[in-house]
Ligand binder design. Structure first.
Ligand SMILES: Nc1ncnc2c1ncn2[C@@H]1O[C@H](COP(=O)(O)OP(=O)(O)O)[C@@H](O)[C@H]1O
Ligand SMILES: [Mg+2]
Length: 267
C-alpha cells in the first residue's frame, strides 16, 4: 500500500489547494490510441475558481476522474494541499474525500430516487465517520447554504426540479465541509435562467467558504462568470491558459474563440 508521501520539491505555493502536474491518461494500450489527457498541468488556489474548458471529448471529465481517483493516470501527479494523492489507496482516499468532493453534470442520474434528500446527504457523513449527533445539523446547514428549506431533507428527488436537484448535489458536496470541489459541467443540463441561479450560488459559496473550485464546462461564456483563470483544452492538451478576462476577450488560440458560444451569462 502506498503511503501518503509529501510532494518532492514541486513548485506548489502554500495557498494552492489542488495541483495537477504533467497528467497523462490513456484508455487502452499505448501506440493504439492517443492519450485522452496528455501532459496537463494546472493549480487551483484557495478561494479560486479555475475554469477547464474544451469541446466534447477533449478530456475534461477524464481529468476530473483522475483527480477523484476514479481513473488511474499513466503519468503525472495530483496533489491535494501539497500531498501526493495520485496513487492513494481507497482507505487514504476516504481521508482525502473529506476535502475533495464532486458535482456531476446530470442532476437526475446523480441522486438515488429511492432515498430521501436527508439520506443522500447522510451517506458521505457515514462514510467519513462523522459522529451521528452531527448529521442532522450538518445536513440542515448544507441545505440552507444552497437555499433549500429544512423540510427538503424528508422528501425524495422526484419532488425537485433540475435546478433544485443540482442544489442538492452541491449540498451533498458541501456536507463534509471540503476545501476543493470538482464541478463537471454542473449547469450544462439546466435551462439558462436556472444556470444563472446556480452559477450565482457557486460564486457565493466560493467567496464565503474560500473554496477552490475546478469548474469544467464546454462554453467559455459560462466559465467567464465564475472563473478567475481559465485553461483551454483541445484533444487532451492545454492550448492556452490565463486570466479569464484575457482568454475570453483576447483568445490567443482560434480554438478558444470557437468555444465562446452565444450563451447569456448572469450579470
Ligand atoms: N471509459 C472510456 N474508455 C475509453 N475511452 C474513453 C472513456 N472515457 C472517455 N474516453 C475517451 O477519452 C476522450 C476524452 O473523453 P472525456 O474526458 O469524457 O472528454 P470530455 O469530458 O471533455 O467530453 C474521448 O475521446 C473519449 O471518447
Ligand atoms: Mg465530460
Amino acid at each position: 500500500m502506498n503511503a501518503l508521501v509529501p510532494a518532492p520539491s514541486a513548485p506548489v505555493p502554500s495557498a494552492t489547494a489542488l495541483s495537477v502536474r504533467d497528467l497523462t491518461v490513456r484508455y487502452g494500450r499505448a501506440g493504439k490510441t492517443l492519450p485522452a489527457v496528455d501532459g496537463v498541468s494546472f493549480d487551483v488556489a484557495r478561494g479560486e475558481t479555475l475554469g477547464l474548458v474544451g469541446e466534447s471529448g477533449s478530456g475534461k471529465s477524464t481529468i476530473g476522474k483522475a483527480i477523484l481517483g476514479l481513473q488511474p493516470p499513466n503519468a503525472g501527479r495530483i496533489l491535494l494541499h501539497g500531498t501526493d494523492i495520485t496513487r492513494a489507496s481507497l482507505r487514504q482516499r476516504r481521508v482525502t474525500a473529506i476535502d475533495l468532493r464532486v458535482v456531476f453534470q446530470d442532476p437526475y442520474s446523480s441522486l438515488n430516487p429511492a432515498q430521501t434528500i436527508g439520506q443522500t446527504l447522510t451517506e458521505p457523513l457515514r462514510v467519513l465517520r462523522v459522529p451521528k449527533d452531527q448529521w442532522r445539523p450538518r445536513i440542515l446547514e448544507s441545505l440552507a447554504a444552497v437555499g433549500l428549506p429544512a423540510d427538503a431533507a424528508d422528501r425524495y428527488p422526484a419532488r425537485f426540479s433540475g435546478g433544485q436537484r443540482q442544489r442538492i448535489a452541491i449540498a451533498r458536496a458541501l456536507v463534509c465541509d471540503p476545501q476543493v470541489i470538482v464541478l463537471d459541467e454542473p449547469v450544462s443540463a439546466l435551462d439558462l435562467s436556472t444556470q444563472a441561479q446556480v452559477l450565482n450560488l457557486l460564486a457565493d459559496l466560493r467567496d464565503s467558504r474560500q473554496l477552490a473550485l475546478l469548474f469544467i464546462a464546454h462554453d467559455l461564456g459560462v466559465v467567464r462568470f465564475l472563473a478567475q483563470r481559465v485553461v483551454v483544452l483541445y484533444r487532451g492538451q492545454v492550448m492556452e491558459a490565463g486570466g479569464a478576462e484575457e482568454v475570453t476577450q483576447r483568445p490567443r488560440h482560434p480554438y478558444s474563440v470557437a468555444l465562446t458560444a452565444a450563451a447569456p451569462v448572469p450579470q
